[in-house]
Design a protein around this ligand. Structure first.
Ligand code: B3K
Ligand code: ZN
Length: 876
């Protein structure tokens, strides 16, 4: 398979100024006519190349140059290209191709979902529609005409604004869309189908009215309210915070149920996985509501960071993704509690990106090479990319950051640019030197930071020395130091914020958070006027994506009780719980009796007692680190010991705090009707956290509580919380409740996805066997990505205990499914490979079984290049 390298980048030989596309959508074939206005790129005139257009899985019918039909001796067609020799400086090309969307199981290019036509072109799907310069640095004005049978496909949508339409004599109709903004082909979109719109409008701050529509299947109209409200909030937020206004007359969102990822930011026509649009209280959880808000925001924000200013090449993917994730995180934070949002984002980063950085697939935020770009839509490019933007925000402060954004748009509107361009704008507007900071984009790995300190009571001086170290990653044996913004506070022995004054500073110190910048491998900061020995609170708000090592346990406990920064308070509590759980893991392995740390029980009791002040925060603080988080702290993982230790501690908390938990559970019973407000979500989270600890005691009473909540809850959040806990409980109740649930919801795909997922993450011993039989369930479909994720993805990524079962049956199961999915949907198959690459921390027996599964995948003849890349790199 061919390796694409950043260092090989060349500007395109040709540019396409405009394209007129005509789609004749049919049940048998779809005919695509493309009229391209092409000219040589003035920046590449020294290259006397013929014209090479990318194309894949196309049937070519005809080619005409400047209106004249070309004989077959004038062009060449290969598996992946159309080459036309002897073209001039500027010319038109008419290309007619046939495609079969109904057979397109890859869900890339033009395909059918639920009987409707839709597209997904990022990254390289447009070449599966017609021959084109399918690369992001070729920006073109698109006019799109769609013809289809009027009865089956009454709604015809594309990018931009609708300009014309009409009826054909034969029962077909047509519509024409013009997108006035030049865009790369990956932002093209088309939808044709029997859909219904939920409509609203938004008036921009300069007074233009934008028609908003969310297109869904008939019957789903009552599930669009939250998506629409989120969209309007996002539009207003981007105006307020970044001064960015929407730039078309219409904004359309279409929800489809077969979609490889969450959603897509096509200009003026976002296409969404139904999962990130449809919600009503009975069918969607609080997490779903929050997911909708953030993905709707994310895709909307791409209109500026992605569409108006796009990427020069795919190595720059984080230019739009890291920045847009940062923007959607800030948006969601502003809609609710910033601290709670930050905690949940950091948890995601640690659960998904830290393992990536540690494993064989580690890559920098701006990768240097790839075989299949679809494999690089990773947590590193997205979530770590967002952390890097956040650090720039921290280093510059919000006002200069905003100036940097303004400068970025002033310089680069309607251009395809690089990460360098973004950083330059930030540097110039911020008046700071970011040259060393840029290593965050080119070096992979999570730095580990240790701190040593000295307090001198006689001179009231305090010194802190930070050291950073980053392990080698593939292709990067030695790392230069990362620039780390370190947000710190100093706490007095009573837990008060102490004034912070660095040696040499004129001004009096002020209490509160202060950002230090570390640039070396080792660096000492000297503080003066320090009245008492301080307890430092470090990396407040998770100011840099690092691991802090070696903080003494008593200090963590002190910070967990007193830190004024809510993130740092939560973090200290989690670190302390992690230490304790790891002790329990080792005790369990030695066959010793386990005892719960009384300090931890006391801390949990205090959290619960003060829970009413901020229930969402209390729920997070009460939560124990996930099994996977504990695994990440071990040199050699023992999944059974981790599970046993964590279950033990949950049970101990449940028993020790039984009365308080039961009281909290009662007190927070949802009275009024369901609302997805931060306060109501927080109350449900704390109540269900209480239920979780009560259920961990294993009493008959607790079990009855679970069954009652599963059967009578008035919203999906509470139903699912109970069902999830019940999924881990042996006995006849579980089967009956799951059965009832299925019967009640079998008509609702998104709810049935949850039903599959809950069974796949069960800790019960028969889970793998159940997953195998669920593959044959009539509601399961290997072609539907949401189903695949909810069964195979949930099992392999969300059930460490059963996936890593000794003997390797879990690995074999995953390998078989990957092999079955690869010929249908290579993108999905490649994605599923990821858990098999996480073998580094497993014991020798499991390591070789995981490698065996990867080798089995690699032995398949005709494996896709994407799955090949993932499996072969995973073995490194
Ligand atoms: N840009 C798309 C992702 C496309 C993935 C292609 N394999 C969604 C997003 O990040 O907003
Ligand atoms: Zn995105």
């Amino acid at each position: 398979s061919r390796v694409i390298r950043l260092s090989d980048y060349r500007a395109p030989d040709f540019l396409i100024d405009s394209v007129e596309l005509v789609f004749d959508l049919g049940e048998e074939d779809t005919r695509v006519t493309a009229h391209l206005a092409i000219r040589r790129n003035p920046e590449a005139l020294d290259r006397p190349a013929g014209l090479r257009l990318e194309g894949e899985a196309l049937r070519l019918l005809s080619v005409a140059l400047d209106g004249e039909s070309l004989g077959e001796n004038r062009y060449r067609v290969s598996d992946d290209a159309l080459i036309v020799d002897g073209v001039g400086e500027a010319f038109t090309l008419d290309v007619v191709t046939l495609i079969r969307p109904q057979d397109n199981t890859e869900l890339s290019g033009l395909y059918k979902s639920g009987g409707n036509f839709c597209t997904q072109c990022e990254a390289e799907g447009f070449r599966r529609i017609t021959y084109f310069l399918d690369r992001p640095d070729v920006m073109t004005r698109f006019t799109t005409t769609i013809r289809a049978e009027a009865k089956r496909y009454p709604v015809l949508l594309s990018n931009g604004n609708p300009v014309a339409g009409g009826e054909d004599p034969d029962g077909r109709h047509w519509a024409r869309w013009v997108d006035p903004h030049p865009k790369p082909s990956y932002l093209f979109a088309l939808v044709a189908g029997d859909l219904t719109a939920v409509r609203d409008e938004f008036i921009t701050r300069s007074g233009r009215t934008v028609s908003l529509a969310i297109w869904v299947r008939r019957g789903d109209e009552d599930k669009c309210g939250h998506a629409m409200a989120s969209l309007k909030n996002a539009m207003a937020w981007d105006e307020r915070v970044f001064g960015l206004e929407y730039d078309l007359d219409v904004f359309n969102i279409v929800a489809v149920s077969d979609f490889n990822m969450g959603a897509m930011e096509n200009k003026g026509l976002n296409i969404f996985n139904t999962k990130y649009v449809l919600a009503k209280p009975e069918t969607a959880t609080d997490a779903d509501y929050q997911g909708i808000e953030s993905v709707i925001g994310h895709e909307y924000f791409h209109n500026w960071t992605g569409d108006r200013v796009t990427c020069r090449d795919w190595f720059q993917l984080s230019l739009k993704e890291g920045l847009t994730v940062f923007r959607d995180q800030q948006f969601s934070a502003d809609q609710g509690s910033p601290a709670v949002k930050r905690i949940s984002d950091v948890r995601t980063l640690r659960a998904r990106q830290f393992p990536e950085d540690f494993g064989p697939l580690a890559h920098p935020v701006r990768p240097e090479s790839y075989i299949e770009i679809n494999n690089f839509y990773t947590a590193t490019v997205y979530e770590k990319g967002a952390e890097v933007v956040r650090m720039i925000h921290t280093l510059l402060g919000p006002d200069k950051f905003r100036k940097g954004m303004d400068l970025y748009f002033a310089r680069h509107d309607n251009q395809a640019v690089t990460i360098e361009d973004f950083v330059s704008a930030m540097q110039d507007a911020g008046g700071v030197d970011l040259s060393r900071f840029k290593r965050w984009y080119s070096q992979a790995g999570t730095p580990e930071v240790t701190v040593s300190e000295r307090y001198h009571p006689e001179s009231r001086r305090y010194e802190m020395t930070f050291r950073q170290q980053t392990a080698p990653s593939p292709g990067q044996p030695v790392k230069d130091p990362f620039v780390l913004p370190i947000a710190i506070g100093l706490l007095s022995p009573e837990g008060r914020e102490m004034p912070i004054r660095l040696d040499g500073e004129e001004a009096e110190g002020r209490p509160g958070t202060r950002v230090l910048t570390m640039t070396g491998m080792e660096q000492t900061f000297r503080f003066i006027d320090v009245a008492e020995p301080p307890t430092p609170s470090l990396f407040r708000g998770f100011s840099a994506p690092v691991k802090v090592k070696g903080v003494p346990l008593d200090r963590l406990k002190f910070l967990a009780a007193h830190d004024g920064d809510p993130f740092a308070r939560w973090e200290a509590g989690q670190q302390a719980a992690t230490r304790h759980l790891l002790d329990l893991v080792h005790a369990w392995r030695r066959g010793e009796a386990l005892t719960a740390d009384p300090d931890l029980l006391d801390a949990s009791r205090r959290t619960l007692a003060g829970g009413d002040a901020d229930p969402a925060f209390a729920a997070l603080a009460l939560g124990l680190p996930a099994e996977s988080a504990l695994a990440d702290e071990m040199a050699v993982v023992d999944v059974e010991a981790i599970h046993a230790a964590r279950q033990f501690l949950r049970g101990e908390i449940g028993r020790a705090l039984g009365t308080e938990l039961a009281a909290t559970y009662e007190r927070l019973t949802d009275k009024g009707s369901y609302r997805p407000t931060p306060a109501a979500i927080g109350a449900r989270a704390l109540r269900n956290a209480s239920l979780s600890y009560l259920s961990a005691t294993g009493t008959a009473e607790a079990k009855a509580l679970l069954v009652a909540q599963a059967e009578t809850a008035g919203n999906m959040t509470d139903t699912l919380a109970a069902l999830g806990l019940l999924g881990d409980v042996e006995g006849p109740e579980r089967a009956a409740v799951f059965q009832d649930f299925y019967e009640r919801w079998q008509h609702d795909d998104l709810v049935i996805d949850k039903w599959f997922a809950l069974q796949a993450v069960s800790s019960l011993p028969e889970t793998l066997e159940r997953c195998r039989s669920l593959l044959a369930h009539p509601a399961f479909d290997l072609r539907n990505p949401n189903r695949v994720r909810s069964l195979i993805g949930a099992f392999s990524q969300g059930n460490q205990l059963r996936f890593h079962e000794a003997g390797g049956a879990g690995y074999a199961f995953l390998a078989e499914q990957i092999i079955a999915i690869d010929p249908l949907n290579a993108t999905m198959a490649a994605r599923l490979t990821q858990p098999l690459g996480a073998w580094k921390r497993q014991d020798a027996a499991r390591q070789s079984l995981m490698r065996l599964a990867l080798e089995r995948i690699l032995a398949v003849a005709g494996l896709s290049k994407g799955t090949f890349e993932m499996a072969s790199k995973s073995l490194q």
